[in-house]
Design a protein around this ligand. Structure first.
Ligand SMILES: Nc1ncnc2c1ncn2[C@@H]1O[C@H](COP(=O)(O)OP(=O)(O)OP(=O)(O)O)[C@@H](O)[C@H]1O
Ligand SMILES: [Mg+2]
Length: 317
């Protein structure tokens, strides 16, 4: 699909030449959890001429496979894939068109990965979208509804999305982020929530990424991860991959004085996840306690006064 467009490196819109970048060519594989893959494909389907595609939000803990899922879905649709990494200082022009001063003093305009996907009929993953501020999100409002265009103030042009353009946003459930305004969230629908994989899927994921790993190390890691999922701890398949990678490197280092696999695996867990991860039950209990402290019951005074208000009935001042 759209192969002829990918090779073009520029596109002229209303007299302005936009330089396009190349799509991502990574070939990821998706293991298990077929349902969520079907759900993202459903969002991107168009079932009638009057229909238009949805731009879902993929949510979940870090390292659970959100970006990989979207990449695999894009690959299965055989469309060029562009990934835009959102950060807290992403400006609207970074998201759309950036002016670049050339050596000769002229200005050239560079299309962002999002705009490249819009022009070439590709798919754009707005990765870690919850890190982006409201001003940048606001510039995408018309793109994410039936209007399907953006306005680049810098280039002075309106850019309309190709009919094959699709988008999705990945979001972490952590706190290091901005509140996305409701009018944007209402355009990022539906929400596809990524869960931790079950035992067999997790074993397959680790085996796929580390086919040279010994079976007992694989199983130790999956047992550990599965227990952590049951205890609601945030250790992910990515953590499992890192634990195994480090353990296997350590083992191969000491060929003459073989180290105990058990000891190396424990060292790896503590180096990747910290000492606390050695005792999952205590870590889970500690997390529960700090969660309870955060949600202490509110008194009536809390409804009427801030904590630092001297009129608060519990105030010391
Ligand atoms: N179902 C799966 N099939 C194949 N690989 C997986 C699967 N789930 C997770 N992984 C692997 O786990 C690692 C983490 O995945 P990914 O980067 O997609 O997670 P993420 O949810 O986007 O994390 P973050 O929130 O930190 O961006 C990758 O190496 C990925 O290949
Ligand atoms: Mg990701």
């Amino acid at each position: 699909m759209n192969k002829e467009n990918i090779s073009k490196e520029t596109k002229v819109i209303d007299g302005v030449t936009l330089n396009l970048s190349k799509p991502d060519t990574t070939q990821p594989t998706w293991i298990g959890q077929d349902e969520i893959l079907k759900q993202i494909h459903a969002c991107w389907m168009v079932v009638s001429e009057k229909d238009y595609p949805l731009s879902p939000r993929i949510t979940g803990m870090p390292g659970t496979g959100k970006t990989t899922l979207a990449m695999v879905a894009a690959q299965q649709r055989k469309q060029p894939l562009y990934i835009f990494q959102c950060t807290s200082d992403t400006r609207p022009e970074d998201l759309l068109v950036t002016p670049v001063l050339s050596e000769k003093g002229s200005i050239s305009y560079h299309a962002s990965p999002l705009v490249c996907a819009m022009i070439t009929g590709g798919i754009c993953i707005l990765d870690e979208g919850n890190r982006m501020n409201e001003k940048s999100w606001a510039s995408l409002a018309p793109l994410l509804d039936h209007r399907r265009y953006v306005e680049s103030i810098i280039a002075g042009i309106q850019i309309h999305a190709h009919k094959d353009f699709r988008a999705c946003v990945t979001m972490n459930n952590d706190e290091s982020t901005f509140e996305i305004p409701d009018y944007i969230l209402s355009r990022l629908q539906p929400t596809l929530n990524m869960c931790m994989p079950g035992y067999e899927d997790e074993l397959e994921i680790l085996r796929y990424h580390l086919p040279f790993s010994e079976e007992d190390l694989l199983k130790m890691t999956v047992d550990f991860l599965q227990k952590s999922h049951q205890l609601d701890l945030e250790f992910s398949p990515r953590d499992g991959i890192h634990i195994l990678q480090y353990a296997l490197k350590r083992l191969s280092q000491e060929k003459d004085h073989p180290l105990s696999k058990d000891e190396v695996w424990k060292e790896s867990v503590s180096k990747v996840l910290g000492e606390d991860a050695m005792d999952l039950d205590s870590l889970a209990a500690k997390n529960r306690r700090s969660l309870q402290d955060k949600h202490l019951p509110m008194g009536l005074g809390d409804f009427f006064f801030n904590d630092d208000n001297p009129l608060h009935p519990d105030s010391d001042t």
